[in-house]
Ligand binder design. Structure first.
Ligand code: UD1
Ligand code: UDP
Length: 356
């Protein structure tokens, strides 16, 4: 049997790596890369470093408005499903590539499997929240990473096909953790263990509002250590438009660097004094690395990181990040909040129970 997997954005490459490895033990996988992300350091480098198989189809859609990007992917995936007739379609997370794949599969009555189902921020202004809700409501099998995700689905009357499997990003971390120090060295980034903050910001809610983006930069400038900031292209564009980034890519103690590879990112996360982010994946990776995280948002889908005391929500417009970091104490570390690192194995087992 053939399963068509759809990926397109950076976090989906990371998630697909462990699942694809497991899936290919039982099924023929047709890997479709929508091309939502296309710069080498946002896409190609992940295929190389994580040994993700070459995509069978590159749709090359690139950047556009939500409607155009989603529509272009939908048209192309619909055609591909009709040509290749997969037994099921597999999507990850909450991007426009996820939604387009979900719509194409569900309208053609192809079973749809959603990895990272049930996450909710309860903020419908987030494009991702719309993508998740719609995807979950047309999915056949829903792979939830946490109990809170299962409860969120129950609250929307989705109980059939729901499986609590843990988080595939934990599988990815465990698989790659030891490789990071072999391949990369911290001093090439000009920082030392515990003497820098690591920051990534890219959410539309933070980048598209100039006052909020300015407040974020001011919060980072007030910190007393170097802030290493691998910069998402969306954020770089906005910071340059607002003249918040200097020509030499520094601003006070903030050092902007191009997006780094996954193994470099794990290395930088592990040795940081603290992580300041709005990324979903990075909040969890901070927890896996046992490094305190400060999330510059008003809510998070990864509530367990906050409840355990390892992640703190900070509104940059009204709260003093520096004071919060200085006063912060982490709670006791709880293992396995996101499963046992074998989510991919459980997922393929459930798929086998369903598809045979
Ligand atoms: C997307 C996802 C978001 C996810 C993020 C991961 C949606 C709605 N959003 O947001 O959920 O957290 O990916 O990183 O699907 N750009 C480049 N080069 C690239 C990719 C993007 O220059 O390789 C620039 C373009 O100017 C583009 C902008 O970044 O317009 C935004 O890219 P897009 O894929 O639309 O959304 P992200 O903000 O990356
Ligand atoms: N990441 C990376 N290099 C970077 C920034 C992030 O490899 O410069 C990785 C990060 O370690 C995590 C994933 O990308 O595995 C998270 O993706 P992103 O923050 O773009 O999206 P989100 O998780 O918020 O959807």
């Amino acid at each position: 049997k053939t399963i068509m997997t759809i990926v397109g954005a950076r976090p989906q490459f990371v998630k697909a790596a462990p699942v694809s490895r497991e899936l290919r033990k039982r099924y023929k996988e047709v890997l479709v890369n929508t091309g939502q992300h296309y710069d080498h350091n946002m896409a190609g480098i992940f295929f190389e470093e994580l040994h993700i198989p070459r995509p069978d189809y590159d749709l090359g859609v690139g950047s556009a408005s939500h409607g155009k990007q989603t529509g272009d992917i939908l048209i192309k995936i619909e055609r591909l499903i009709e040509e290749t007739k997969p037994s099921a379609v597999l999507v990850y997370g909450d991007t426009n590539s996820t939604l387009a794949g979900s719509l194409a599969a569900s309208k053609l009555h192809i079973p749809l499997f959603h990895i990272e189902a049930g996450l909710r921020s309860y903020d419908k202004e987030m494009p991702e929240e719309i993508n998740r809700i719609l995807t979950d409501h047309v999915s056949t099998l829903l792979f939830a990473p946490t109990e809170s995700a299962v409860r969120n689905l129950q609250a929307e009357n989705i109980t059939k096909g729901v499986h609590l499997v843990g988080d595939v990003m934990y599988d990815a971390v465990l698989h790659n953790y030891n490789l990071t120090e072999e391949k990369y060295k911290l001093d090439t980034f000009g920082v030392h263990q515990g003497n820098y903050y690591l920051s990534t910001i890219h959410r539309a809610g933070n980048t598209d509002d100039p006052a909020r983006l300015q407040a974020i930069i001011h919060s980072l400038l007030a910190l007393n250590e170097t802030v290493l900031f691998p910069i998402h292209p969306r954020t770089e564009k906005m910071l340059r438009d607002l003249k918040l980034i200097e020509k030499d890519a520094t601003s006070g103690n903030i050092r902007f660097i191009p997006p780094v590879s996954y193994l470099e990112m794990l290395l930088l996360e592990r040795h940081a004094k603290a992580i300041i982010t709005d990324s979903g994946g990075v909040q969890k990776e901070a927890y896996f690395a046992k490094v305190p995280c400060f999330t510059l948002r008003n809510e998070t889908e990864w509530v367990e990181t906050v409840e355990s005391g390892w992640n703190t929500l900070v509104d940059p417009l009204t709260m003093d990040l520096n004071a919060i970091i200085s006063a912060h104490q982490c709670g006791p570390y709880i293992d396995n909040l996101y499963g046992d690192g074998k989510a991919s194995v459980s997922i393929v087992k459930q798929i086998y129970d369903y598809l045979g």
